[in-house]
Write a protein that binds this ligand. Structure first.
Ligand SMILES: *Cc1c(COP(=O)(O)O)cnc(C)c1O
Length: 506
C-alpha cells in the first residue's frame, strides 16, 4: 500500500462527504475555524430544555447537519491544522470507526465464545508493538486507553505499585500493595514519606496523573540540565534517586511537546538511566505519545537523530503512546505497554464480580477490565487495526517522512527569515534541521507582533497554530501530524501566511 492508494481512497471518501454535506445543504468552507456567524447560529440553535416529544430523527438529523456541523473546526480533517498534535483520520480508520458504533461491542471481558473483539484488540496491540520495533516476547502486554493522559495514569500507577512493593518488602512488611491496602498503609510499612516523579519538561498530563494517583503534582520534579532543559542531568537524577525518604519513578519525555525533541539522544543515554534506576529500585516510564513513532523511520542518515532520540526505549518498564495523534485514528484512542505483565492487575483488578469473569481456561488474552481504568469500553482498537492492516509499516513510514520533511522545510525557511526566530536553539542550520522532528517552535523578532502572533496567524484561517510560551516569551508551535500532508503544497501555504503576517506588522 502506498500513499497514492491512501490518497485515492481518501478522495473517494472526501467526495462522499461532500455529497453528504451538499444533500444536507450544509454550508461548508475550506477554512479551518468556523466563522463567527456559524458559531453564533450553532449556539442559538441549542435547545433550552429537553422537549417531551422530540423532533423526530429526520429533523434531528437536519438540525445537526445544518446547525451544529457548521460550528465545528476542521482540525483532524485539514492537513493545515497544526494545533496541539492533532493527527487525522485515515480512510481505513474512519470506515472501521463507523463499524465500531454500528456493532457496539463492549470490550471489557474476554469471552472467547461470545465475540472476537477482545482477540482483535489484543492482536492490534501486537501490531503496534511490531510497528514500533519492540520485541513481542517482552512487550506484548498492555491495553488500549482513551489517550496518552490515561496511559500516563496507568504508567505511574504501575510504577507506584512496583516501587512501593519493593520498598515495603525490603522492610519485611506484609502490607505491600497500594491497590490492595492503599497508599497510606504502604507508605507507613515502607517507612517512606512519598513517591516522586522525575522528568524533564513533562507533558502537563504527567502532573495530572500524579495528582490523581495520590503522588501529588508538587512531587513531579525537574531533573533538567542547567544548560539545556530538554536533557536529563544524570548527576541530578542520581541525587534524587538516592533519597531515602521517597520512592521514585522516572518519566522520560520521548517527544517534548513544545520542541518535539527527545530527553535522551542515544541507546547509551537510556542504558545509563536504566542502570541508575536498577541501582536505586525505581521505575522507568516513557511518555512517547507522539515521539515514539520516530522508531518507524528507516535507518537513513536523514532521520538518524530522531531515531537516536527514541533508541533504547525497550529498556523502560512502561510506555505511553497515542493513537489519535500519529497513528491517525479518531478520538479517543491511546495505548499503554508494560514489560511486567502482572503489574496492571495489581492496581486495576476488578474485584469480586463473579459474573464478570472470563470464560475460564487458560487464555493469553487478558480481560481489559482487569488491567485498565474502565469496565465497559468502546471497541477503539478496531480503527487502529484497520489502519495498520491497510497501510502497513511502509504506509506509516511514508506518512511520517512527509511530516518531518515539511517541518524541516519550514524550519529552514524560518532560520533565514529576518522577522522570525526558530526556538530550537541550534547555531547551525544543518543541526537545526537534523534535530527537527514534527514540531516547529517559532517566535516573531518584533515584540509587538510576537504578543499576538498565534492570533494573527490563526485569523487567516488558512493554517492554525497553537500559542505557547518558551523561555519566558510567547511562542507558536506548528505541529505536523496529519496523514494528508503534502510537503510542497503545505510549505507554500505556511510560508505565504507567515510572510504576510510579518509584512503587515512592518
Ligand atoms: C498529547 C500528549 C499527551 C496527552 O495526550 P492525550 O491524548 O491528549 O490524553 C501526553 N503526553 C504527550 C507527550 C503528548 O504529546
Amino acid at each position: 500500500m502506498d500513499l497514492q492508494d491512501i490518497e485515492h481512497t481518501a478522495n473517494e471518501q472526501g467526495k462522499l462527504q461532500t455529497e453528504l454535506w451538499k444533500t444536507a445543504q450544509a454550508p461548508w468552507t475550506s477554512t479551518i475555524l468556523p466563522s463567527a456567524d456559524s458559531l453564533t447560529e450553532a449556539r442559538a440553535s441549542l435547545p433550552m430544555s429537553l422537549s417531551n416529544d422530540g423532533m423526530g430523527f429526520d429533523l434531528a438529523r437536519r438540525h445537526i447537519l445544518n446547525d451544529i456541523v457548521p460550528g465545528f473546526n476542521a482540525s483532524s480533517i485539514s492537513p493545515n491544522y497544526y494545533g496541539f498534535v492533532t493527527g487525522g483520520i485515515t480512510p481505513a480508520a474512519q470506515f472501521a470507526d463507523s463499524i465500531v458504533s454500528m456493532y457496539d461491542q463492549n470490550v471489557q471481558v474476554h469471552l472467547a465464545e461470545h465475540s472476537i473483539s477482545t482477540d482483535v484488540e489484543f492482536n492490534t496491540l501486537g501490531l503496534i508493538v511490531d510497528l514500533l520495533h519492540l520485541d513481542r516476547q517482552t512487550w506484548h502486554h498492555g491495553t488500549f486507553t482513551t489517550g496518552a493522559t490515561a496511559s500516563n495514569i496507568l504508567g505511574l500507577a504501575c510504577g507506584r505499585e512496583s516501587v512501593l512493593r519493593a520498598a515495603a518488602s525490603k522492610k519485611g512488611a506484609t502490607v505491600t500493595s497500594v491497590g490492595e491496602h492503599g497508599l497510606f498503609e504502604v507508605f507507613l510499612a515502607a517507612g517512606l514519606s512519598g513517591v516522586q516523579v522525575l522528568s524533564t519538561l513533562p507533558h502537563s498530563s504527567m502532573a495530572k496523573a500524579a495528582g490523581i494517583l495520590g503522588i501529588g503534582r508538587a512531587n513531579v520534579k525537574s531533573i533538567c540540565r542547567q544548560d539545556n532543559p530538554l536533557f536529563i542531568d544524570l548527576a541530578r537524577l542520581e541525587a534524587e534517586l538516592a533519597r531515602s525518604d521517597k520512592a521514585s519513578i522516572v518519566a522520560i519525555s520521548c517527544g517534548e511537546v513544545n520542541t518535539g525533541n527527545f530527553a535522551t539522544t542515544s541507546l547509551q543515554d537510556m542504558q545509563e538511566v536504566r542502570r541508575l534506576c536498577d541501582k536505586y529500585g525505581s521505575w522507568v516510564h516513557v511518555d512517547g505519545a507522539f515521539g515514539i513513532f520516530g522508531r518507524i523511520l528507516d535507518d537513513s542518515g536523514e532521520f538518524a537523530s530522531v531515531k537516536q532520540g527514541c533508541a533504547g526505549i525497550e529498556l523502560a518498564d512502561s510506555i505511553t503512546g497515542d493513537g489519535h495523534k500519529m497513528l491517525n485514528v479518531p478520538y479517543d484512542c491511546g495505548f499503554f505497554l508494560c514489560r511486567h505483565p502482572d503489574e496492571a492487575g495489581h492496581v486495576f483488578q476488578n474485584a469480586n464480580a463473579a459474573y464478570l469473569t472470563g470464560g475460564g481456561g487458560v487464555s493469553s488474552v487478558p480481560s481489559p477490565l482487569n488491567i485498565g481504568i474502565e469496565n465497559s469500553r468502546r471497541f477503539r482498537a478496531l480503527p487502529a487495526y484497520a489502519s495498520l492492516v491497510a497501510y502497513g509499516r511502509v504506509g506509516y513510514r511514508v506518512m511520517l517522512q512527509k511530516q518531518i520533511r515539511l517541518a524541516r522545510m519550514i524550519s529552514a525557511w524560518l532560520f533565514e527569515h529576518p522577522g522570525y526566530n526558530t526556538l530550537l536553539e541550534m547555531g547551525k542550520k544543518e543541526e537545526l534541521l537534523d534535530k527537527t522532528f514534527v514540531v516547529v517552535l517559532l517566535s516573531a523578532k518584533n515584540d509587538l507582533l510576537n504578543q499576538n502572533l498565534a492570533a494573527r496567524i490563526n485569523e487567516t484561517s488558512k493554517i492554525f497554530v497553537s500559542g505557547t510560551s518558551w523561555q519566558g516569551r510567547p511562542a507558536c508551535r506548528i505541529a505536523i501530524s496529519n496523514w494528508r500532508v503534502d510537503e510542497e503544497r503545505d510549505f507554500r501555504i505556511v510560508v505565504d501566511v507567515l510572510d504576510s503576517v510579518a509584512r503587515q506588522s512592518n
